[in-house]
Every structure is written in structure tokens, then in C-alpha cells.
Write a protein that binds this ligand. Structure first.
Ligand code: UFG
Length: 328
């Protein structure tokens, strides 16, 4: 049984990982400033309100809970915001990790599971993307995540830390019992936005671009169920606890769905059509981003079990219906 300090554990992926940790008997201690996370998503251990940019907040949490390992989800993730406010992203996403690494060193804690992203690749040369693809991120967000990966490599080389950088493709879905799910504000992700428009909880969805070089002209993404992601975090933590020094792995499914295919799945699951307006391409959207999973299979024994697109939407829909007060 491990005690794990989960930075950003009140957020979307972090809260699902906390649930998975608790389910196998570990204790997740959530450390979160609640700037975008939700106190109501912290159900499986204590909540420490603190900021990753504060050494004293972090030192207090390490002293009080003496964690065996750290998982880090506390970052700014909205790609468009990063383009407008790069300094805020660099301060939090990179500065915050530097402060965290200092606190880990003082506390003598080495294992760190870090949320990275397929955004580190930018426009890949080849899809599905392998971890050996050149990293040339095209957004501030992607560059901050890549900068942290480089920093972690440097520290792991001298034995300061042992780390896993998990490069998520499109995290989606919700806890199957509907108790936690995706609650971003603003919401920019496709599946919640499609469900919202289908349920008439907002206006029409904006569909960004139908002129990509793909099978139906819309972007293809690799949607992976958040509970499958959670399992990969547990496997990564176990490897690090057992002495592994460095893991870099893509987390997706290996195949993709286009925006229009997602809307068809929404209709299959909900019986509702998503009304949409076609808009121009969104800046920075690559045509196709899918993961080659060979490496994750090998190093983490990663096998997505809940990630077919309909299952993802069933779980997302259950959660959103509850939060939007829809009874049908
Ligand atoms: N899309 C729409 N309308 C919407 C939302 C999205 O048409 O309202 C389209 C996007 O243009 C894109 C696809 O749906 O083609 C998926 O978009 P998401 O915003 O759901 O996901 P992204 O692929 O843009 O984002 C993911 C991660 C980010 C990460 C990014 C890197 O969620 O954290 O990949 O490319 F930075």
C-alpha cells in the first residue's frame, strides 16, 4: 500500500487516478489549488489546498503525509489560453514542476508520474506516432510539457528522480458509475461539447474544419477512456517503485475516430443528433493524431479495455446527464 501525493487530483484525469489508486488500497493525498479542479471530485483521501508554485505549501504536504511517490496533473491545459498567456503557462507548468522537484529532493521522494501529452509531437512525420517521433510542439502548452520532459530526463540521469512521462492522446469518458467526469470551464473538448449541443444544453457545436486530408475531411483523434489512462498510471507507479528509472509512453488506443464519426457515435448512444455549424480550422489542429501503442504495451502492459468510442460516450453521457439534470 502506497501513499501517493496527487498534484491536481481534483481535476479530470487526476480524480479518476485517485479513484483507481484507492480501489487497490493505496492512499491518494490530493494537493490542488482548485483553480480548475473541484473539491467534490476529491473522494478517496484528504485534500490539501496548496499551490505547486509554493515551496512551503509543498514542504508541508510532504512532511505531513510522507508520500511514497508523486503524480503530477496540476497544469494549465487549454491550448488557446497558452497562446495568449505564455508566461502564465510557463510559470505553472514548468516553474511549478521545478518547485515540486525541489520539494521532492528535500523530502527524499523519487518516483514521479508526470502527465504529458501527444501535443509534444506537434505535426508528426508519421502516424500512428511512436515515442521515437521527433518532438516539435506547435503550441505553448506542448512546449511547456516537452520542457518538463527534458528536465526530468536530466534529473533521472543523475538518479535524482525516477519518472514516467505519460503522453496522453485524447482523454475522454468518465467513471462508469457516473460519480466523476469531465468538468472543464471553459470546455473545449469535442465529446462534452458534442453531448452538450445534442442535449440542447447550449447552442450548436462548432465543428472546426471539414477540409482536412482525412477519410471524411474532419480531424482524426485517438480517444482513450480516462479509466484506462488511470490503469496506466498505476502500472507506471509500480514500475518506478520497483526501481525503473525512466518511462516515456504514449497512451491512446492505436486507432482514431474523426469528428464526424464521434458525432455518429453520440447519436447511436444518446439517440440525439448533434447540431453543428462548420467553422474554419482551429489553429494548431493536426489532421491525424493516433498513438502507436507497442511501447506502452511492452513497458506498462497497457491494454485499453473501455476505450471503444461508444463505451467512452456511454460513460461520458451518464455523467453529463447527471450534472446537467437530464433525466431521460
Ligand atoms: N472539435 C470541434 N469542436 C469542438 C471541439 C473540438 O470540432 O467544440 C474538434 C477539434 O478541432 C479536433 C477534435 O475535435 O479536431 C478534437 O478536439 P479536442 O479539443 O477534443 O482535442 P484535441 O485533440 O485538440 O486536444 C487534445 C488534448 C489536449 C492536447 C491536444 C494536443 O485534449 O490537451 O490534444 O493536440 F493539447
Amino acid at each position: 500500500m502506497n501513499t501517493v501525493l496527487v498534484l491536481g487530483g481534483a481535476g479530470y484525469v487526476g480524480s479518476h487516478v485517485c479513484k483507481a489508486l484507492a480501489a487497490r488500497g493505496d492512499t491518494p493525498v490530493v494537493f490542488d489549488n482548485l483553480s480548475s479542479g473541484h473539491a467534490h471530485a476529491v473522494k478517496w483521501g484528504p485534500l490539501v489546498r496548496g499551490d505547486i508554485r509554493s515551496s512551503s505549501d509543498l514542504d508541508c504536504a510532504f512532511a505531513k503525509y510522507r508520500p511514497d511517490g508523486v503524480m503530477h496533473f496540476a497544469a494549465n491545459i487549454e491550448v488557446g489560453e497558452g497562446e495568449k498567456e505564455p508566461l502564465r503557462f510557463w510559470e505553472n507548468n514548468v516553474g511549478g514542476v521545478i518547485t515540486l522537484l525541489g520539494a521532492m529532493a528535500r523530502a527524499g521522494v523519487k518516483p514521479l508520474v508526470f502527465s504529458s501529452t501527444c501535443a509534444v509531437y506537434g505535426e508528426p512525420n508519421l502516424v500512428p506516432i511512436t515515442e521515437t517521433e521527433t518532438c516539435k510542439p506547435v503550441s505553448v502548452y506542448g512546449r511547456t510539457k516537452r520542457a518538463v520532459e527534458i528536465l526530468l530526463t536530466d534529473l533521472a540521469r543523475i538518479g535524482e528522480i525516477r519518472y514516467a512521462a505519460l503522453r496522453y492522446f485524447n482523454a475522454a469518458g468518465a467513471s462508469p458509475n457516473g460519480e466523476i467526469g469531465e468538468e472543464h470551464d471553459p470546455e473545449t473538448h469535442l465529446i462534452p461539447n458534442a453531448l452538450k449541443a445534442a442535449a440542447s444544453v447550449g447552442g450548436k457545436m462548432k465543428l472546426f474544419g471539414t477540409d482536412y486530408d482525412t477519410r471524411d475531411g474532419t480531424c482524426i483523434r485517438d480517444y482513450v477512456h480516462v479509466m484506462d489512462l488511470a490503469d496506466a498510471h498505476l502500472a507506471a507507479l509500480d514500475k518506478l517503485m520497483a526501481g525503473e528509472r525512466e518511462i516515456i509512453a504514449n497512451l491512446g488506443t492505436g486507432h482514431g475516430a474523426s469528428v464526424l464519426e464521434v458525432l455518429q457515435a453520440v447519436e447511436r448512444v444518446t439517440g440525439l443528433k448533434t447540431p453543428y455549424d462548420v467553422r474554419p480550422r482551429r489553429d494548431g489542429d493536426a489532421a491525424v493524431l493516433t498513438a502507436d501503442l507497442e511501447h506502452a504495451r511492452r513497458v506498462l502492459d497497457f491494454k485499453p479495455k473501455m476505450s471503444d468510442i461508444d463505451s467512452i460516450i456511454v460513460d461520458a453521457w451518464r455523467f453529463h446527464k447527471k450534472t446537467w439534470g437530464i433525466s431521460r
